[in-house]
Design a protein. Structure first.
Length: 274
């Protein structure tokens, strides 16, 4: 491309993970030497000729996404969660350069479901296993009547420890021991080690399942709050694709502090019943 001086300049453009690009329509032959394309994205904060692509218009005029779409729980909720003063300040000062997934740490159970990647449910008599394409991580839900380990707080998991039971046609799952280094979503909503996540999975039609998640964390929130999503069955022949976070990851060396919520004004919400 041409630089500000009008002379040719070489830029490095980074897209999403290979599986994200594939699902967005990219193929090995999507670009050819000499093609003229238009790229929209975010410039590196350190001044390098590097950009993170959000979408592009190919030479044939076809628009394609270039990265994953951000997930923000407050959009599903319709407002920011009922923060404590501490939680509000953490949200106001959150630094997206410290996004744990940017450093290839595993996602937690919330972000695993709110990110735009498919997953595979494997149901057995005493367990339900969830295989996530995102970071190729797994999660086990125990249905054999056990409780949480007594030392789960001392040895947290990024996915937490999950036990479940059936209430009619609804699977109810209780998860604790979630590593507090994980985020609840891409936007940067955080949680403490005291987070308790309650999920309800209910099949609504032959091809849809409703997921309701309730977040209960007295460190970050004044009261529990919930969101609901509907998952749609994949197309016949669809599959989980590989996801290797460290492969050709160019972001880390260019990450710089970015705090998009510094203007956020906290309005305390009184807990229900007060």
């Amino acid at each position: 491309m041409k630089g500000t001086s009008g002379k040719p300049a070489t830029w490095a453009i980074e897209g999403g993970a290979p599986n994200t690009l594939y699902r967005a329509g990219w193929r090995k032959d999507s670009l050819k030497i000499g093609d003229v394309v238009t790229v929209h994205g975010y410039l590196a904060r350190d001044g390098h000729k590097l950009a993170n692509m959000r979408d592009a218009i190919l030479a044939d005029g076809r628009p394609v996404l270039g990265g994953q779409q951000d997930a923000d729980l407050s959009v599903a909720l319709g407002s920011q969660p009922p923060f404590t003063d501490f939680g509000a300040e953490r949200w106001r000062t959150v630094d997206t350069a410290k996004d744990p997934t940017g450093h290839c740490l595993p996602v937690g159970p919330s972000r695993g479901f709110t990110a735009p990647f498919p997953f595979l449910l494997v149901q057995g008599a005493d367990t339900v296993s969830i295989l996530f394409e995102y970071q190729a991580i797994w999660r086990a839900i125990y249905l054999d009547g056990r409780g949480h380990p007594e030392d789960v707080a001392e040895y947290p998991y990024f996915m937490g420890h999950s036990v479940g039971h059936w209430e009619g046609d609804t699977l109810v799952v209780d998860t604790t021991g979630i590593d507090e280094r994980s985020w609840l979503d891409t936007a940067g909503h955080e949680h403490s080690a005291k987070l308790r996540l309650t999920e309800r999975f209910q099949k609504k039609t032959a091809d849809t399942m409703q997921w309701t998640a309730t977040y209960d964390d007295p460190v970050y929130f004044t009261s529990p709050w919930s969101i609901t999503r509907t998952f749609t069955r994949g197309k016949p022949g669809d599959r989980l694709l590989p996801y290797t976070c460290n492969e050709n990851n160019k972001d880390v060396e260019h990450l710089r502090t970015h705090q998009p919520n510094l203007d956020y004004k906290h309005t305390p919400v009184k807990p229900k019943g007060n």
